[in-house]
Structure formats: C-alpha cells, structure tokens
Design a protein around this ligand. Structure first.
Ligand SMILES: [Zn+2]
Length: 144
C-alpha cells in the first residue's frame, strides 16, 4: 500500500458528520451495490461473485463469462454526470485524492481488459434512476 501513503496525512474532518460520510463512502457493500445485486437476482442473474480475486477486484464478476462490473459512488469516484463539487476545506488534498481514485479505476479497467474481461462501470446515480438499461447490458454481455 506504499503508493497510498499520502492517506496518512488525510486531514481530520472538522465535523463528525463529514467523518461519518467519509467512512460510509469507503465501506464495501454500499447501497447502490445492494440495489444493483437485487436487480441482478430479480432478472435471474445469480451466477455472480463479489470481489472476485482477479485484477482490480471488481465489485461484481461473472468469472465464467469474464464480465466484471464496478459500481461507483458518484462522490468518491467523481461521476462525470453529477460533477459534484470538491469539499471546500483541504481542497488540494481532496483533488489529489479523487484524482488518484479515478486513476486507480482506470488502471483496474485496463488490467482487466488486457486479460480479456469485459468491464462495465455503473454509477450510483444511474442505479438510483433505473437499473433496467444496465441489467440489459449485463444480460447481453453475459449471454455472448
Ligand atoms: Zn452520478
């Protein structure tokens, strides 16, 4: 974890609420993930594995079909649609931190694609709006 050593200098959030929000964002099994997994099951897509041991540890994977799915929180992964503002305090720190998240996401995607995986990335805001188009995309890739 050498490359993330800057995290040790993470500014202490000024309010308990910010702190709570930050730690919730980092959690596994986030709400959008849970919503999406439920939608998969409802469509009979039950053969997925969570955090499969392959490059980038995708949130959801269909290992036999080599389909990897990342569910990205709009805030933490900097959703291009939502384009959420940076925190006002320690803004340089957060810019750097978010930049690293985006770079890391991109590296994971490339590593998986080089190993022959199809990578699908879905955003929290899309999931909250309507999972159907995403489920259709998953179905068409899993049934290839
Ligand atoms: Zn978004």
């Amino acid at each position: 974890m050498k490359e993330y050593s800057r995290d040790k200098r993470s500014p202490v959030p000024k309010s308990a609420i910010t702190s709570k929000v930050m730690s919730a964002i980092k959690a596994r099994h986030t709400l959008p993930e849970l919503i999406f997994r439920k939608a998969l099951r409802e469509h009979g897509l039950t053969g997925y594995r969570l955090h499969w041991k392959v490059e980038g540890r995708p949130d959801i994977a269909f290992p036999g079909k080599k389909v990897a799915i990342f569910i990205h929180g709009c805030y933490w992964h900097r959703c291009p649609v939502c384009n959420l503002p940076n925190p006002k305090s320690n803004s340089l720190f957060w810019q750097n931190k978010f930049g690293k998240n985006v770079e890391r996401d991109e590296r994971k995607r490339q590593a998986l694609e080089q190993s022959g995986w199809k990578v699908l990335t879905f955003w929290e805001c899309q999931i909250k709006e309507d999972t159907v188009p995403m489920i259709e995309l998953v179905i068409s890739n899993v049934n290839k």
